[in-house]
Design a protein around this ligand. Structure first.
Ligand SMILES: Nc1ncnc2c1ncn2[C@@H]1O[C@H](COP(=O)(O)OP(=O)(O)OP(=O)(O)O)[C@@H](O)[C@H]1O
Length: 585
């Protein structure tokens, strides 16, 4: 943590540490000066003692202020460094587990909300070390009055031990309420987002959502308050031990003074050190507490680092420049991590180089999961995926992904300038206006751009005061993004046209599948379509029918129709419905 602070601002870190040491010695100076003033016999000694005292008090006041301001500033900087690190760590993990699994999400949320604690922990630790040094000096002075007073240091034990216990209780309370906290946050966002608000209003469920969010909030606060109460009791017990012990020590010194075993200066020094001793102990204890909280959060950060390292893709090989054979899915089983229901079982599939392959199947059949496996978002539980005979595991995943383009049904709405919203589909060429214009044309997104006030330079999205688009218009831009890459080996279209009208979808696929044929023949690229519209699907070279995570049929449209199986049934039902709709009968 200190290293983080040093990275954020080396000069301020060193200064803060030096000031913390100065502070430690100044406190001992005050105690010494009080005793020297009380015991001094000559005016020279008195002036010197008073001078040392004034200097020590002045240092404590001034250094404390500067130290505090420096630490607040450093805390903010470290907070920023930590947030950036968190973002980097999260985004570098090649798989999606940490963004889709509940227990991972809980940890990530805790981390995101606790970076400030972590940033503060290192200063709390520095303050604790400085207080410990100061405490040591104070105890040494006390022991000089009577050796038994040295035992006062033991008074630090109950507050320290009990406050550790209190921190553990609070940590457990936070972990136990993390799930409810995330749910509350989710419901709260639902209620405040325009997309969800429409459905909530119509269904009249907004009040229910609000009530549920409230109930989760109550659960979270009740859990935390319970934890805080118990923690406060432990802390109070620790300080009560300290107070009793210190009063006993003062009484003991008063007894020594009465018996002539100590001077009045000693009593004054013990009394004057008592305030500091309490403050030093408090700093040590709260430093230790913050450090313990920091450790708890650090545990989550370490977990994220470990998870990132474990999830690191081992492959280093370059993907081929062009596909000669294609992609083979061999005996693939897949179960989402953290679940026990297999989503893919024994899938064997060959996607020939240069082919347009359509994947169909009912909802939940495993189509998107197949896409996730092919794009390396997850690794198969068993079996392997081969790219021209080389296992995907052996390929450098970043390089493989740079040869993949994809448009998904749950596309993102990037609230940036329109040209960038398309350009980031191929980051190195994001500012290449010609490339962006060509992608816009290929995705047939020209009409969307034409309606914007400044064309490709228009800001999108209401968050930044830009133009708001319809769902279908956002989808057009997402498609534009997906066609930015010049030479993908795998181009995935996972139902990216659900918001387009059937004719528009048909034209678009025609362009990708039909017109893309020559390009595919040259590079061996595979176009993978996922669609529920069979009129679109039939133009593919190969159609794969998935059902409950298994390939149940595959072949061309003609072959599958001749087979008279699931595909023929579904195709028949859809064509009949379409014909009925057109006839109006
Ligand atoms: N992140 C996830 N964690 C656990 N299970 C998941 C996850 N994503 C999908 N599933 C499960 O995997 C199965 C296949 O889902 P998938 O999204 O691949 O289906 P699909 O064929 O694409 O469906 P649709 O046509 O509705 O898009 C479903 O039963 C789903 O519940």
């Amino acid at each position: 943590m200190l290293r983080l602070a040093y990275t954020a601002d080396p000069r301020a870190t060193v200064t803060a540490l030096v000031l913390a040491s100065v502070n430690a010695f100044a406190v001992a100076g005050t105690g010494l000066s009080v005793r020297a003033v009380a015991n001094s016999t000559g005016s020279g000694g008195l002036v010197l003692a008073a001078g040392i005292g004034a200097l020590a008090y002045g240092l404590i006041a001034a250094v404390g202020r500067v130290q505090h301001n420096l630490q607040v500033d450093l805390k903010e900087r470290v907070d920023i460094v930590l947030s950036a690190r968190l973002f980097t760590l999260t985004s570098r993990i090649p798989t999606l587990q940490h963004l889709e699994r509940t227990e991972f999400l809980d940890r990530l949320r805790q981390l995101r909300t606790s970076t400030e604690t972590l940033a503060g922990a290192c200063w709390a630790a520095a303050a604790a070390v400085s207080s410990l040094v100061s405490l040591g000096l104070s105890v040494w002075l006390l022991a000089s009055v009577h050796p038994a007073l040295g035992l006062l240091v033991l008074l630090a034990v109950p507050p320290l031990v009990f406050s550790r216990r209190a921190t553990a209780i609070l940590g457990r309370a936070r972990d136990a309420t993390a799930d409810a906290d995330r749910r509350e946050d989710h419901l709260h966002r639902l209620g405040t987002r325009a997309e969800a608000a429409k459905e909530l209003r119509i269904s009249g469920s907004d009040r229910t959502v609000d009530a549920r969010a409230g109930a989760y909030w109550d659960t979270v606060t009740a859990g935390l308050v319970r934890g805080q109460r118990r923690a406060a009791l432990w802390k109070a017990a620790g300080w009560a031990c300290f107070a009793v012990g210190y009063l006993a020590a003062l009484a003991f010194v008063a007894y020594l003074v009465a018996r002539g075993g100590a001077g009045a200066g000693d009593l004054l020094m013990v009394a004057s050190l008592s305030g500091y001793l309490r403050a030093q102990l408090q700093d040590t204890v709260s430093g230790a507490t913050e450090l313990a909280e920091g450790r708890h959060t650090m545990g989550h950060l370490r977990w994220l680092e470990r998870h990132g390292a474990d999830a690191r893709h081992p492959g280093t090989e370059r993907p081929p420049d062009r596909l000669a054979d294609g992609i083979t899915v061999r005996g693939v089983d897949f179960t989402y991590p953290g679940t026990d229901v297999p989503v893919m079982s024994g899938v064997d599939l060959h996607l020939p180089a240069g082919a347009a392959v359509a994947v169909v199947g009912t909802n939940g059949a495993g189509k998107t999961t197949l896409v996730k496996l092919l794009t390396g978002m997850y690794e198969p539980t068993a079996g392997e995926i081969l790219v021209d005979g080389v296992p995907l595991r052996r390929l450098d995943l970043d390089r493989w992904r740079s040869r993949v383009s994809a448009a998904f049904q749950d596309f993102s709405r990037f609230q940036v300038r329109a040209g960038h919203a398309v350009g980031i589909g191929d980051l190195p060429r994001a500012h290449d206006r010609e490339a962006v214009a060509s992608a816009i044309e290929r995705a047939d997104a020209g009409p969307v751009i034409d309606r914007l006030p400044s064309g490709v330079d228009s800001q999108l999205g209401s968050v930044f005061g830009g133009a708001e688009l319809s769902h279908g218009q956002w989808q057009r831009l997402a498609l534009g993004r997906a066609v930015m890459r010049r030479d993908p080996l795998l181009a995935v279209l996972d139902e990216p046209t659900a918001a387009l009208d059937p004719q528009a979808e048909h034209d678009l696929y025609e362009r990708f599948v039909g017109a893309g044929r020559d390009g595919r023949a040259a590079t061996g690229a595979i176009t993978l379509l996922v669609s529920h519209r069979f009129s679109t699907v039939r133009m593919a070279d190969l159609i794969v029918v998935l059902s409950h995570g298994r390939v149940v049929e595959h072949g061309t449209h003609a072959e599958l129709m001749a087979l008279g199986g699931q595909y023929a049934d579904l195709y028949g039902t859809q064509s009949a419905a379409y014909a009925t709709g057109r006839d109006g009968s």
